[in-house]
Ligand binder design. Structure first.
Ligand code: PMT
Length: 396
């Protein structure tokens, strides 16, 4: 990620130096822009030493006319060279300028020219933070899709206690990493939820899948810039913003939707709990209850994952394995027999993870390297970690 960090003039400006270090540790290239007020608190040299780059301190160069001309368009160069603008600390003054489009210094000019993601970490006195003008400015900025990293509660430099302290550098870096766009240009197929296999016009076979895991994966991919085709069995979830939703009911319908979109896709994630058996010939009329024992003869459904494994060209194929025992062995078997690049092994006999729960805990099994255990976390976080590892897998 290429981050431009705007440092505003507040006592918390010194924490921006730590933020540079944390962002660099997470693999970001960082360039720093300081307002003139920020330079009253911290010397540009601190940031120059940390980044190894010249720090931008103003709109105008004091050197030759050529320098002045090039610095006059430098905000455009900086806007084009970076994908994320982070402002920390974002003072009340900067928030007001951004909200209302004032552009009278480098940072506010850069803000208007910037088309990438924007993360703002405000810091100020509690009364200033709570003032209706600041609240309105925050709402305006949020409505533009900017991420606001809320200030923390605590003792402030002015001696008062309350919200207004700059969030910790780790928390700001977490928010920055969440807005990464490393799936831009990818077309991701995600399957989610259960399938329903009809037995007659009123009955069906299905399973406990809520769709939460698959929808979390679809959301993570969309937020990271992918075009997402979410092929979903029947669930009670709203589709994540920006994804193309294809609703299906049966395994055969899911297979048809996956195959129709396979050629254009670059990543396929099969999180759906597809029924393994169905009734090939479904009666037209409701089956009547009788006093005698009733048995069903079922046929296997198409194994969509195995078929994708056979037909795929250069797609990254991520399957799931829902198991109640021998988790890793079963995942390895599925990885091999279904020609996957990664299998997400999921224990499904615990109440706190797997089916229906908001959290999950999984093991990533790949062709190379040891299995990677992802500790219990919200499914949305697990989704991000699956992509982090899948992208590394593609590079290896
Ligand atoms: O939806 P939630 O409530 O959030 O629960 C999440 C989950 C437990 C459903 C999910 O994390 C999960 O484990 N999904 C895979 C469920 C499953 O069907 O696993 P399996 O081991 O039976 O199948 C292995 C793989 O083959 C899966 O990727 C599955 O999508 C695929 N498959 C299975 C059968 C079939 N006919 N076609 C398939 O493509």
């Amino acid at each position: 990620m290429r981050v431009v960090l705007g440092v505003g003039g507040g006592i918390a400006a010194y924490k921006a130096a730590e933020l540079v270090r944390v962002l660099q540790q997470r693999g970001c290239m960082v360039e720093v822009v300081m307002t003139s007020a920020a330079q009253q608190f911290v010397q540009p040299l601190t940031f120059a030493a940390l980044t190894g780059r010249k720090v931008i301190t103003g709109l105008w160069s004091s050197n030759s006319p050529e320098d002045t001309l090039s610095s006059a368009v430098e905000h455009i160069r900086v806007a084009q060279d970076h994908d994320t603008l982070v402002v920390a600390p974002a003072t009340a003054d900067l928030l007001a300028k951004f909200a209302h489009g004032l552009a009278d210094d480098f940072l506010s000019t850069l803000y208007l020219a910037f088309t990438g993601r924007i993360v703002l970490a405000p810091a100020m006195n509690t009364n200033m933070w709570n003032h209706p003008a600041t609240r309105q400015n925050i709402e305006i900025l949020r409505s533009r899709g900017h991420v606001i990293v809320e200030p923390a509660d605590g003792l402030l430099a002015c001696g008062t206690t309350g919200p207004g302290r700059l969030a910790e550098p780790d928390d700001i870096a977490d928010a920055v990493m969440k807005v990464r766009r490393d799936l831009e240009g990818e077309i991701v197929i995600v399957t989610a939820g259960p399938t329903q296999e009809p037995l007659d016009p009123v009955r069906y076979i299905s399973n406990r899948s809520s769709g939460k895991m698959g929808y979390a994966i679809a959301e993570a991919a969309a937020v990271r810039g992918a075009k997402v085709i979410l092929i979903s069995g029947p669930v009670n979830l709203a589709p994540p913003a920006g994804v193309t939703l294809v609703r299906v009911k049966t395994a055969c319908e899911m297979r048809e939707a996956v195959m129709r979109n396979l050629a254009q896709s670059s990543i396929v994630v099969k999180a759906a709990a597809v029924a393994d058996y169905h009734l090939s010939a479904v009666p037209d009329q409701k089956v009547k209850k009788t006093a005698t024992r009733f048995s069903l003869e079922l046929d296997p459904t198409p194994d969509i994952l195995a078929e994708v494994g056979k037909k795929k060209t250069d797609q990254l194929l991520i399957g799931f394995a829902a198991e109640t025992q021998n988790l890793i062995e079963e995942a390895r078997r599925k990885l091999k027999t279904k020609n996957c690049d990664m299998v997400v092994a999921n224990l499904v006999n615990r109440e706190d993870i797997g089916f229906e729960s908001d959290d999950n805990e999984v093991v990533l099994v790949t062709r190379t390297g040891d299995p990677v255990h992802l500790a219990r976390a919200p499914k949305r976080e697990i989704a991000d970690q699956i992509f982090d590892h899948a992208l590394l897998q593609r590079l290896s």
